[in-house]
Design a binder for this molecule. Structure first.
Ligand code: NAD
Length: 506
């Protein structure tokens, strides 16, 4: 269904964003220098709302990854970084946070133009979220501690004692690969704990949304992080990403992206048995119980899927509503969807922007069509439009069956499938009937129902009477095929540390 939508291209308001975009042909950041890809090849980056060309980025490949990994290895071994105290690393991280804050408006505008999201998403959620990652892990840098261990070994020489302890050491060179849906904050979730731990890093941003990663590299350099500690190689996943994932000089890969590409990381890691953290896809259930406060639940579950045009790993893309209130909730969500204003992300009236590119828009439209063809009802939405066809109407599908593709697969767009249920045992089975396990939300006024369901749902995060609540303090990550490991929260710094045991006879 074609959607009539006029999009007027809007320029950024800040002089800094204008100045950044005027550079047009950006370079990538290796060993403290701004460099071209060795091949000289470039990729274009466009505004997904209008299709306007924003600039070009180097199409990095294996040779560039080699160079960046060497720079990161040299920095890892250099006294300037290796011997830096935790307190000094903490100050650097805090400085990065201050610089992001000082340049918040510019970063939000660049993210909106490159990714399509409304400006307010960056301003009130994602960029403050990135800042908090740096501040939270600044605190962690001075709290990396081992333990002394009273061992049970009893065969030491007479008169001697055993003294055993552990120390935590940085893992080494980290390769970070991130997706395009929330570029800055997802990148910060990796850089901040890795630098707090004393690692060095090569970042491969998503090819569609590399601009804020390049601007962030400038701020990281301005903060005083030594050359080579943080490097950015731009380029395609199949070339730059694959080379980084397989590189024998990389000790660990931290990947956020689709489950499909996440599985490729396993093969790529085999050569040198790299450590892996995988933050992958989801098909998260939002469950509305019969006693839910619907004033809260209806906008809550609508926002769970429509925020950021559904391009959220934890999006509440499967809506389960008790039979007794199914019509009321589904109609409420459909009404919410009808009221969402689509537009250019820099227009202050815009509530939902385009999806990131034409390919993703076609993919989402293909899912909606497959649902319709399989017998689902399009309660609202289903349209696609804009100058490049990148705008997708917020869509609610009903009359779906558990075996339909739209129920089983991650759509990663503003499309929710709604299913009624009639008893609590059934809802646990339905919620867990997925190979994903990233997140879920439960909407109920019953304390015991909420916590019983939270215990029974196989997901890394369960929200009660809310959805998509993120914070640097709260671990996030998946069970089942939604990933390995957790980011954010105290344990995230462990992703970048090795434990060494030292055992002495004294
Ligand atoms: P994607 O897997 O296609 O790409 C992610 C990154 O991997 C990009 O930088 C891409 O260039 C790179 N890449 C692609 N092919 C590669 C290869 N062969 N080798 C190495 N790198 C490669 O994902 P996407 O479409 O950019 O992002 C959407 C996906 O990300 C969704 O599945 C979403 O759920 C997931 N995601 C997960 C989380 C989480 O925290 N669990 C957060 C955000 C997004």
């Amino acid at each position: 269904m074609s959607l009539a939508l006029e999009i007027v291209d809007l320029p950024p308001a800040t002089a800094a964003a204008k100045e950044f975009l005027q550079r047009r042909d950006h370079r990538m950041f290796i060993g403290g220098e701004w460099v071209e890809a060795q091949s000289g090849a470039r990729l274009e980056t466009h505004n997904p709302a209008s299709g306007a060309l924003l600039g070009t980025i180097p199409a990095g490949a294996a040779a560039d990854v080699d160079r960046a990994v060497s720079a990161a290895r040299a920095a890892f071994e250099s006294p300037a970084w290796r011997d830096m105290t935790g307190a000094k690393r903490a100050r650097l991280l805090w400085k990065i946070a201050d610089l992001i804050e000082a340049n918040l408006d510019e970063l939000c505008e660049l993210e909106t133009l490159d990714q399509g999201k409304p400006l307010w998403v960056g301003k009130y959620a994602e960029v403050p979220g990135a800042i908090e990652q740096f501040r939270y892990f600044a605190g962690a840098a001075t709290k990396i501690e081992g333990t002394t261990i009273p061992s049970s070994i009893d065969y030491q020489p007479p008169g001697k004692k055993i003294f055993a302890y552990t120390v935590k050491e940085p893992l080494g060179v980290v390769g970070a690969i991130v997706p395009w849906n929330s570029p800055l904050v997802l990148t910060a979730m990796k850089i901040a704990p890795a630098l707090a731990a004393g690692c060095t890093m090569v970042l491969k941003p998503a090819e569609d949304t590399s601009l804020t990663a390049l601007r962030l590299a400038e701020l990281i350099a301005e903060a005083g992080v030594p050359p080579g500690v943080f490097n950015v190689v731009t380029g395609l996943g199949e070339t730059a990403g694959a080379a980084l994932a397989a590189h024998p000089g990389v000790d660990k890969v931290t990947f956020t992206g689709s489950t499909e590409v996440g599985k490729l990381m396993l093969d790529a890691a085999k050569g040198n048995l790299k450590r892996l953290t995988l933050e992958l896809g989801g098909k998260s259930p939002a469950i509305v119980m019969p006693d839910a406060d619907l004033e809260l639940a209806i906008p809550g579950v609508a926002n769970a899927i429509f925020f950021n045009a559904g391009q959220v790993c934890v999006a509440g893309s499967r809506l389960y509503v008790h039979d007794s209130i199914f019509e009321r909730v589904v109609e409420g969500v459909a009404n919410y969807a009808r009221g969402i204003r689509l537009g250019h992300g820099l227009d202050p009236q815009t509530q939902m922007g385009p999806v990131v590119n034409v390919k993703q828009a076609e993919r989402i439209a293909g899912y909606v069509e497959s649902g319709r063809a399989a017998g689902a009802e399009i309660r609202v939405g289903g349209g696609r439009g804009g100058p490049r066809g990148t705008f997708i109407e917020p869509t609610v599908l009903t009359r779906v069956r558990p075996d339909m593709k739209v129920v089983r697969e991650e759509i990663f767009g503003p499309v929710v499938v709604a299913t009624p249920f009639d008893d609590v045992e059934e809802i646990v089975t339905l919620a867990n009937d997925t190979h994903y396990g990233l997140a879920a939300s439960v909407w109920t006024e019953s304390l015991s129902a909420a916590h019983r369901l939270a215990a029974q749902i196989r997901a890394g995060t369960v929200w009660i009477n809310c959805h998509s609540m993120f914070d640097a303090t709260l671990p996030i990550g998946g069970m089942k095929q939604s990933g390995w490991g957790r980011e954010s929260g105290q344990q995230a710094v462990e992703n970048y540390l090795e434990t060494k045991t030292i055992c002495a006879v004294i």
